[in-house]
Design a binder for this molecule. Structure first.
Ligand code: FMN
Length: 196
């Protein structure tokens, strides 16, 4: 049974990315995955203070809710991360998580000198994002950050679901095809991890 961590990065509990991620979670569960869900806005998590307390062990020394999340990020075989586009990047909640994972960058590149990659080669990630506008470049900056984030997690960015022109809380409900794609992607992610 694949273990998948689902991270809700929007401040809105029932917003567009949350609804999409819920569908992906449903799909993955239907494929037999065990899902652990985290809503970032419910966590007490400081931004990275750039003190490199992680330099000795690869573990952040700041004692807040990131500690538990760090263990869950290391333990899962798949990650489904959803964030709205805020000023052409991820939400602040999501960015705080990403920056705290600098401790994993330190672990990977300073302490393990890049050797962990093959050990975790099977880990796969799904990224879901939504923006209100329609511009061609809407997801460009975010995708660059997300690619490096998944790299630090030793995960293949297996698929990204990116939807434009969704603004109000449940705009995505007008697009059942997006919700179906999210459901299918969750299911396929779980199957891809299982089949490795
Ligand atoms: C602080 C803030 C910044 C935003 N910046 C952008 C932006 O740069 N481009 C865009 O297309 N939409 C932007 N939006 C709109 C959101 O991406 C949009 O409402 C999205 O549907 C929210 O997703 P959610 O319901 O999952 O939170 C912004 C919204 C907020 C609150």
């Amino acid at each position: 049974m694949p273990d998948i961590l689902a991270v809700y990065g929007s401040p809105r509990r029932k917003g567009n990315t949350s609804l999409l991620l819920k569908e992906a979670v449903r799909g993955a569960r239907d494929a037999g995955a065990h899902i652990d869900e985290v809503v970032l806005r419910d966590l007490r998590m400081s931004p990275c203070l750039e003190i490199y307390g992680c330099a000795k062990t690869g573990r952040c020394i700041m004692q807040d809710d990131f500690q538990g999340l760090y263990d869950r990020l290391l333990a899962c075989e798949g990650l489904m991360l959803a964030s709205p586009i805020f000023f052409y990047t991820v939400s602040a909640h999501t960015k705080i998580l990403m920056d705290r994972c600098q401790s994993l960058w330190v672990k990977k590149y300073w302490l393990e000198k890049g050797k962990s990659k093959t050990k975790n080669a099977h880990r796969k990630g799904l990224f879901i994002s939504v923006g209100a506008t329609k511009g061609k470049k809407l997801f460009e900056g975010t995708l660059l950050s997300i690619r490096y984030f998944f790299d630090v997690l030793d995960m293949e960015l297996w698929r990204s679901l990116l939807y434009r022109n969704l603004d109000f809380e449940d705009d995505v409900l007008k697009h059942p095809e997006y919700l179906e794609e999210a459901y299918r992607s969750g299911k396929e992610l779980a199957e891809a991890i299982k089949d490795r």
